[in-house]
Write a protein that binds this ligand. Structure first.
Ligand code: CA
Ligand code: CA
Ligand code: CA
Length: 277
């Protein structure tokens, strides 16, 4: 996620610039005050639907392409496309997940059914490969703005794109490649047969301008598409080590862990990061 780190540094720099430009009157300028996030959520969803209806998945090249006669639009592949409701910042969003393969965590030669941990929860730490593009129009994607082709761990509270949390729940991880005799591979950690698919994420679930950290991002308020592969995950991730998995610390049960504050003595600390709650 080096590029995302760079984007983050750029955002910080932009914020410093915004602040310094206003030294005279000390007012903070939000360049996105005119954005109506409820309307944006609706138009983003319309844009994503149009994209899904005008493009198809080409298995041979493992790429999304503009629809041509004889191909089936992503939107019409009903058995592969699922729609997940997600809530953030008090707005409702839809994440579209195109499943290429679910993933197989059981090594066909050396594994057994206990290796299958099922699907990750929204809050579970995930080990993934990915590449991201922004959706420019119903027929145009940007170039890849960030990717990782070897595998990287992500923890819920550090995810820049919240839509990932909801997208990866549709997949299973893969299994670790072993030596021919079944021993641990003597070499880099390699996963085989991880869950693979494409996530379509509205701007409100990625670099939304509701969050001031995103003001300077090149991706602010843009719908994104990610080709992803789930290699592994930590089942029942417990961020604050209080013995309660983070997925059980969604006190108001709305799927968002960032809006549950039961501890009046620490009002800014969500329950899943608060070991005393
Ligand atoms: Ca916990
Ligand atoms: Ca919640
Ligand atoms: Ca807790």
């Amino acid at each position: 996620m080096n590029k995302i780190k760079h984007i983050f540094l750029l955002m910080l720099l932009s914020l410093v610039l915004i602040y310094s430009c206003n030294d005279n009157n000390n007012t903070f300028v939000n360049p996105f005050t005119s954005v109506d996030h409820e309307a944006l959520a609706i138009s983003d969803n319309d844009s994503i639907l149009l994209f899904l209806k005008n493009n198809y998945y080409d298995a041979a090249s493992d790429a999304v392409k503009t629809l041509v006669p004889g191909k089936i639009a992503l939107f019409d592949e009903k058995e592969k496309l699922t729609i997940t409701d997600a809530r953030r910042n008090n707005f409702d969003y839809k994440i579209y997940v195109y499943k290429i393969k679910e993933g197989n965590p059981i090594d066909p030669e050396f594994g057994n059914s206990e290796d299958d941990k099922g699907n990750p929860a929204v809050s579970d730490s995930i080990y993934v490969k990915y590449s991201g593009q922004s959706i420019r129009s119903s027929v145009e994607l940007s170039t890849v703005f960030d990717s990782n082709t070897s595998g990287a761990w992500f923890s819920y509270e550090r995810l820049a794109v919240r839509g990932w949390s909801f997208g990866f729940t549709h997949f299973k991880g893969g299994y670790l490649k072993k030596e021919e005799n079944g021993e641990t591979l003597n070499g880099p950690i390699t996963y085989l047969d991880g869950g693979k698919g494409i996530l379509f994420i509205p701007s409100g679930m990625s670099y939304t301008s509701i969050n001031a950290n995103n003001y300077g991002s090149a991706l602010v308020n843009q719908n994104l598409m990610f080709n992803v592969e789930l290699l592994d995950f930590v089942k029942n991730t417990d961020h604050d080590n209080d013995g309660k998995p983070s997925s059980e610390e969604d006190t108001n049960n709305d799927g968002d862990l960032e809006n549950d504050f039961s501890d009046n003595s620490r009002p800014g600390v969500p329950d899943y990061l608060n070991p005393t709650i």
